[in-house]
Each structure stands twice: as C-alpha cells, then as structure tokens.
Design a protein around this ligand. Structure first.
Ligand code: PLP
Length: 414
C-alpha cells in the first residue's frame, strides 16, 4: 500500500466538515491534546458565561438569580440539551451529581422495581467506580437484595439469566474503547426480565446514541469528557418515561421533592425526572455545562462519528507505516465499527513514554498497568495533529528518550 503523506493528511483537513468547530474552543498553543476523553477542552462560550455568572448573576443579582437567571431550572434545561444528543425524548434526562452518585440512585431505583431478584451483572473490566457503587449498595441492602456478579465481556450474554435484576454496563470500555451493542444487549436482557443501566461516559458527545429506540431503562454519563463542560462538571442521568411513575430513588433530598419550597416534613417525590435530584445544583459548573452544550447546536452526531473513526484509522495507519512504533501493540478493536473515539496501545513502559510525549507537547494518558491511551475529540482535533503526534511518538521511541529518570516519576493523577 502507498504510504500516507503529509499532503494526504492536509487534504483530509481541507475537506473536513467539522473543521470550523475548532475555532469555538480556547486551545493552548503548541499542544496537541489527545485527552478530550478525560477532560474536554474549554469552549470560549463557557469562559464568557462563567464570567457573567460570577460578576453579574452572583455578584450583583444574588439570590434573585434563582428565578431571573433560571438557576433553579438548570438541571432540566441542561438535561434536555443532552437528551437531544443521546436519542431521548423530553422529560427523561436531568443533570446532577456525579456518575457514581447517580449510579447509586439508579441502582436503588432498578432494584426497587425488581423484587425477588438480587444479582447486578457487570463486567470485570468495567470502570472501577461503577463496580464500587454496587459493592456499597450490597453492603447497605445485604446480599439477598443486591449482589454483584462480574464476568468477562464474552460471557455476558450467557449470564443473562432469570435471577439477574440489573445488567449494568459501560457502553464504550474506558481502556480499550470497545463498544457494546446497546440494542442487542438491552433486548436480550429484557427477554429475561432484566433491567439495564448503561454508563455513557465515553459515548455521550462523541457517538450517535438512540436510548429511546433501544428501549434502554436507565443511563448515566458525565459531561467533563466529550461534552467539554469542565473539571468536575455535573453528570447526567436518564430514566425511561415508562418507569418514571413507579420508580423511587433512595437519595430523597429536597430538590427531588414535588414542591421543595413548601418545606413539608414528609418526602413526596416529584412526578417526573426531577425526582432524581437530591440537593442544590452546583450553579457555576452547571452554567458552564449549559454553555458547553450549545457548541453541539449545529453539530450532526453522524459527522462526529465519521470523523472520530477517520482520526483513529489515520493514527493506526500511520503507526503501521512507522517502524519506530512497532513495539506498541494495539489493545483496541482493530475494526473501527467496534471501537469508540479512543485508542489504547500496550507497552511495558507506557507510563514513561506517556510522560515523555507530554513533555513534547502531545497530551495523552496512561491507564494502569501498561496502556498508553489517546482520545480523539472530533471537534478540536485536526488530522494534521495526528500526523504530528505519530512523528513525535516515533522520535521518543527511536531515541529512547523516555528512559530519562524524570519520566518515571509518578503523580497522584495519571
Ligand atoms: C469517567 C468515568 C466515570 C466517572 O465517574 P464520576 O463519579 O463522575 O467521577 C464513571 N464511569 C466511567 C465508565 C467513566 O469513564
């Protein structure tokens, strides 16, 4: 096959229908950012919005802002903007808390609908917090009400039996990028009377999703990854409208009350998705989320998907034609249809290589024990960035520069 040239790559940029989106972000100069799957870049609109929330809304309008700037409506308003991106009709998505806390609420809701069944089935290599939350729920309720069973990805379908209450999976694996077939697994689970919770952490904002069409029961996701809402921005949750009248959730705080400002002493949950709120929304970061979501107003998620596929395919093709990258082995599915917008590469010294690459201006991340992980955010990356990343990675491997002692020092966050 003819090797890919820089001119080929530049032609991809020239024809990219999403190229103009990059200008809507504040990007650090001289950095190639391949970590938008961990913390998305800063949209310019967020900077302006947060300044206004601080100076005008909080600084001047103070408590009046709950009404006049609709602070109180932010969980629902941002939830509806997310709903559009994940294939959910109105009234089923709300922003609040973190994925971990929202999983607790959804687990309690789902288990409440499944009296007589106790197993929560998940995958061994799921993101740890997802598993930890089931372990905590099991401690609280006892194993006769909640019991975590984990299996490998290949065994999942065989384990969908009638003692399973809930199937809880992450749609795109955080390490490998492998995408589960949401439609198929949801349907197989439903055939056995199992409710399904999907974690969309690595899907929302980068893959076209059809939650309603797949008849998903519950879902969670975060907004600081591909949705670019900023560090620690609130997560979201989805509850199918058919469950809303009957579900209850354990974290029954006042914001989920049918009328919080009546200050009644007895809890009575709201009728709609608001019953999944607990406490006061974090207004500053939720305003950032609201502004960040507007970046998606004119974005076609199919185009985003096409570009993320092409970005990962380009990286793999360049890695294949660059002999210095031979020591890296692909730990993501080779078939682009089966992987999300990220690539994982195995190397015994992945940590040091990652640090050397960061020092060279290419930011990826390391995932224990031996994975070098790159995320490909289609709204901020150019194809030429991929070319340059592979070049720099090749130089680091050729020269062995990653062996310098400073690249082996570890920090708390990797
Ligand atoms: C990033 C991520 C989380 C983060 O959970 P928080 O509680 O919001 O910190 C959870 N699950 C998965 C699969 C993730 O990738």
């Amino acid at each position: 096959m003819k090797p890919i040239t820089l001119a080929d790559v530049q032609a991809l940029d020239a024809a990219d229908p999403l190229a103009h989106k990059r200008a809507e972000f504040d990007l650090p100069a001289a950095v190639i950012y391949l970590d938008g799957n961990s913390l998305g870049c800063l949209p310019k609109a967020v900077r302006t919005r947060v300044a206004d929330v601080i100076d005008q809304q909080w600084g001047s309008d103070l408590i009046k802002s709950w009404n006049i700037h609709r602070w109180i409506d932010l969980p629902v308003l941002t939830g509806e903007k997310i709903a559009r991106l994940i294939g959910a009709a109105p009234g089923q998505v709300i922003s609040c808390d973190s994925i971990s806390v929202n999983l607790f609420k959804l687990l309690s809701a789902a288990l409440g609908l499944q009296r007589g069944r106790s197993v929560v089935l998940s995958q061994q290599d799921n993101f740890p917090t997802d598993l930890y939350m089931v372990q905590g729920m099991s401690e609280l309720l006892g194993s006769q009400r909640c019991q975590l069973v984990t299996v490998s990805s290949d065994e999942l379908e065989n384990q969908l039996t009638e003692d399973v209450a809930v199937l809880m999976l992450t749609h795109v694996n955080f390490r490998s990028g492998y995408i589960h077939d949401m439609q198929r697994l949801t349907e197989l689970a439903h055939n056995k009377g199992i409710l399904v919770i999907w974690d969309l952490a690595h899907s929302a904002g980068v893959l076209p999703l059809q939650l309603d069409q797949c008849q998903v029961d519950f879902a969670v996701g975060c907004t600081y990854k591909y949705l670019n809402a900023g560090p620690g921005a609130p997560a979201f949750l989805y509850v199918a409208s058919r469950h809303l009248p009957t579900v209850t959730q354990a974290l029954s705080g006042w914001m989920g009350h049918v009328s919080p400002f009546k200050f009644s002493t007895d809890y009575e949950g709201a009728l709609g998705i608001e019953k999944f709120l607990t406490g006061t929304p974090p207004v500053i970061s939720m305003s950032a989320l609201d502004a960040a979501l507007d970046v998606f107003n004119d974005v076609d998620m199919q185009q985003v998907r096409r570009k993320s596929r092409q970005l990962t395919e380009l990286f793999i093709a360049l890695a294949t034609q660059t002999s210095a990258l031979a020591p890296l082995s692909l730990a993501s599915p080779a078939d682009a249809d089966q992987r999300g917008a990220q690539l994982a590469w195995r190397h015994p010294h992945a940590y040091a290589i990652c640090q050397a690459l960061i020092a060279d201006g290419v930011i990826g991340d390391f995932r224990a024990p031996d994975i070098l992980r790159f995320g490909f955010s289609p709204l901020t990356l150019r194809y030429e960035d991929i070319w340059n990343s592979v070049q720099r990675l090749a130089r680091i491997l050729e020269t062995g520069r990653w062996q310098a002692p400073e690249f082996s020092q570890t920090s708390r966050v990797t």
